[in-house]
Design a protein. Structure first.
Length: 138
């Protein structure tokens, strides 16, 4: 069995964003030369997320609005965590959207359902953060 590991780095200029990272993960898969196995993709920061869904701007807008209703950024004084910080809402948004995804690798390709893509969700941007891609198989 082979193992491949690579870090992808992102620096989002805004507080929140959703970035389609499927092309970067596909590039990792090609580099790994693994044809059958699994790919784990996870956010390495507690205020960011990795998830699978449709690449549709209306849906991403709806996520942003929905998450802001669930865990509003302001007023920052509503959160105990925000003593000296202002990102408690980002921790909660990450909890809802998830830390990682696992995708089957079949015949050298990510084995997706129709419309599925991998996204990096940023909830406390403006600094460098990383995503781990770990691919295991033959």
């Amino acid at each position: 069995m082979k193992s491949f590991r690579k870090e992808l780095w992102f620096q989002v200029p805004s507080r929140r964003a959703f970035i389609n990272i499927t092309p970067e993960v596909n590039a990792c898969l090609r580099e790994s030369n693994i044809k059958e196995g699994f790919a784990l993709i996870n956010a390495m920061h507690i205020t960011a997320s990795v998830f699978i869904n449709d690449d549709e701007s209306g849906l991403h807008h709806d996520y942003d609005v929905w998450l802001e209703k669930l865990a509003p950024h302001t007023p920052v004084s509503q959160y105990r965590h925000n003593v000296g910080e202002d990102n408690a809402d980002a921790h909660m948004k990450r909890q809802v959207m998830g830390r990682e995804v696992v995708v089957a690798v079949t015949d050298g390709k990510l084995d997706f359902g129709t419309w599925e893509q991998i996204f990096y969700g940023e909830f406390d941007g403006r600094r460098k953060k990383r995503v781990l891609v770990k691919i295991i198989g033959e």
